[in-house]
Write a protein that binds this ligand. Structure first.
Ligand SMILES: Cc1cc2nc3c(=O)[nH]c(=O)nc-3n(C[C@H](O)[C@H](O)[C@H](O)COP(=O)(O)O)c2cc1C
Length: 188
């Protein structure tokens, strides 16, 4: 399959996401996409240039980091499926409200326009807070699928969920045939 792999600004999960990307890249053609935030922000988890270099090495091509780069990923240059891994609460809320002002949200809009699936691996401290309604909205919307999520620290982070990225390959195959992997909410 030709897969779009989008990375958002959940910096603490980039290492796991890159492992998942490496596994996918062994089997599929990957078009990488970085959000403006992921492409530009240096944090204690690493430099933006390191992320870009790792993604370019794994995928054998430079990531899309602009709106003009993301726009053709619909009818003009169709993908079989778009993965957002990690997806931030910020990007999730934009998707739920039809906002497409970043490379990731525009790639999702382009993919949906071509009636192809979008698979979300959400990692957010407000998944069980401000974003809970947006999970519900997208679970109920055509062509959106979720990687199963669990509470990473119920005591210290009672509003946080992270996706189990080890399930990405299974979720991708199921989403491609129109099925959601269950249970959506799981134990670690
Ligand atoms: C060090 C650091 C870690 C962050 N981790 C997360 C995270 O795990 N999940 C999340 O939803 N937002 C996280 N954020 C906030 C997002 O980066 C922020 O909402 C940003 O606007 C997301 O943009 P994007 O969705 O376009 O990538 C983090 C920010 C920083 C600086």
């Amino acid at each position: 399959m030709k897969i779009g792999f989008c990375i958002c600004g959940s910096f603490c999960t980039h290492k796991k996401a890159l492992c998942a990307l490496e596994a996918l890249a062994a089997e599929h053609e990957i078009v990488p996409v970085l959000s403006f935030c992921a492409a530009k922000t240096d944090t204690r988890f690493g430099a933006a240039s390191e992320l870009t270099a790792a993604v370019t090495r794994i995928c054998g091509r430079e990531p899309v980091t602009t709106l003009t780069g993301a726009e053709p990923l619909g009818p003009a240059e169709p993908l079989d499926l778009l993965v957002i891994c990690p997806c931030t609460g910020n990007t999730l809320s934009k998707l739920a409200h039809g906002v497409s002002d970043t490379p990731v949200t525009l790639a999702a809009k382009a993919t949906l326009r071509a009636d192809r699936p979008v698979l979300i691996a959400l990692c957010s401290n407000d998944a069980l807070g401000a974003n809970l309604c947006n999970i519900g909205t997208l679970l109920n919307r055509k062509n959106f699928y979720f990687v199963p999520m669990y509470m990473d620290d119920a005591e210290k982070k009672p509003h946080s969920l992270v996706s189990d990225m080890s399930l990405l390959g299974t979720c991708l195959n199921d989403a491609a045939r129109g099925a959601q992997v269950m249970p959506v909410f799981c134990r670690r």
